[in-house]
Design a protein around this ligand. Structure first.
Ligand SMILES: NC(=O)c1ccc[n+]([C@@H]2O[C@H](COP(=O)([O-])OP(=O)(O)OC[C@H]3O[C@@H](n4cnc5c(N)ncnc54)[C@H](O)[C@@H]3O)[C@@H](O)[C@H]2O)c1
Length: 249
C-alpha cells in the first residue's frame, strides 16, 4: 500500500476503533508507533500483539502536560516525531440543543477540538527537529455538514476542519503538511454505542451515505496512511472525505 518506513508516529485514541486500525496498519507499513490513549490496558494489549516498534503511553489529549511527556517519550524511543494522527474523540451527546448543557458542550470541544490544538502546538518542535512531517486530523463528515441533535460534535469537528487549514498554511514553510479526514459511519465501538442509544433512528445514518454501508475502520486507517506517507507529499490543507459519498450530495 504505502511505505511508512522511517516514520515516527503518535496516534491518539489508538486503543480502539479507527485509531487501533491505524496503529496496526502503520506498524505493518514500517512505522514506529506511539499509541496515546486514556484506555491504557486496551492499548497495551494491542501493542503486545503487534510487537516491536509499538509503544503505549497514557495520554489525555486535553492535558498539555500529558502531551509534553508523550512527545518526549516518543522522541527518546524512536527519534523526532514526523507523523501525528489526532484521532481521539468523543461522539457527542446526541441531544437537542435546548437540552445540551454548557458543560456537555465544553467537554466535547475539550477532547475533539482543544486536543488536536494542543497536539499541533506541542509536537511542532519535535517535527522541526525531524525536518518536517505530516499531521492528520480526524474530523468527521459532520465537520463538513450538519446533523440534528449533534451540535457539540459538529462544533468540535467543524473547528478541526478550519484549524487544519490554518495550521497547513502556517506550517508549510516548515515542511509540515496538515490535512483533515472526514469519515462517514465507521463500525467502531463509538458508533455501535451511539447507534444503540439512537435505536431505530440510527438506520438513517447509513442510508444517508450513497455507498449504503458502514465502513470498516481499516478503510479510514488507509486514508491516514496515505496522508502520513510521502505518497501525499504535495497534499496539504485538504479536507478529505472518506464518507461513502455522504458529503458529495
Ligand atoms: N466511528 C465513526 O463513524 C466516526 C466517523 C467520523 C469520525 N470519527 C472520529 O474518529 C475518531 C475515532 O473514533 P472511533 O469511532 O474509532 O471511536 P472509539 O470509541 O472506538 O475510539 C476512540 C478512542 O479515543 C480515546 N479517547 C477518548 N477520549 C480521550 C482523551 N481525552 N484522550 C485520549 N484518548 C481519548 C478512547 O479511549 C478510544 O480509544 C473520533 O475522533 C471520531 O469522532 C468516527
Amino acid at each position: 500500500m504505502f511505505d511508512l518506513t522511517g516514520k515516527v508516529a503518535i496516534i491518539t485514541g489508538g486503543a480502539s476503533g479507527i485509531g487501533a486500525a491505524a496503529a496496526r496498519m502503520f506498524h505493518d507499513l514500517g512505522a514506529s508507533v506511539m499509541i496515546g490513549d486514556i484506555q491504557v490496558d486496551a492499548a497495551r494489549d494491542l501493542a503486545s500483539e503487534l510487537g516491536e516498534k509499538v509503544l503505549v503511553s497514557r495520554l489525555d489529549v486535553t492535558q498539555a502536560a500529558d502531551w509534553e511527556r508523550v512527545i518526549a517519550e516518543t522522541e527518546a524511543a524512536f527519534g523526532p516525531v514526523n507523523v501525528l494522527v489526532n484521532n481521539a474523540g468523543h461522539p457527542g451527546h446526541w441531544k437537542p440543543i435546548a437540552d445540551l448543557s454548557l458543560e456537555e458542550y465544553r467537554m466535547v470541544c475539550a477532547i475533539n477540538q482543544e486536543g488536536p490544538f494542543l497536539g499541533m502546538k506541542l509536537v511542532l518542535s519535535s517535527m522541526i527537529r525531524a525536518g518536517g512531517g505530516s499531521i492528520v486530523n480526524n474530523s468527521s463528515g459532520y465537520g463538513l455538514v450538519g446533523a440534528a441533535n449533534n451540535m457539540d460534535y459538529c462544533a468540535s469537528k467543524f473547528a478541526v476542519t478550519g484549524m487544519t487549514k490554518a495550521a497547513a498554511i502556517e506550517y508549510a514553510p516548515l515542511n509540515i503538511r496538515v490535512n483533515s479526514v472526514h469519515a462517514g459511519v465507521v463500525l467502531t465501538p463509538m458508533v455501535k454505542s451511539t447507534m444503540e442509544k439512537l435505536g431505530s433512528d440510527a438506520d438513517i445514518f447509513i442510508s444517508r451515505m450513497p455507498l449504503n454501508r458502514g465502513a470498516d475502520p481499516s478503510e479510514i486507517a488507509s486514508v491516514f496512511a496515505f496522508l502520513a506517507s510521502d505518497a501525499s507529499s504535495f497534499v496539504t490543507g485538504a479536507a478529505l472525505p472518506a464518507d461513502g459519498g455522504l458529503t458529495a450530495q
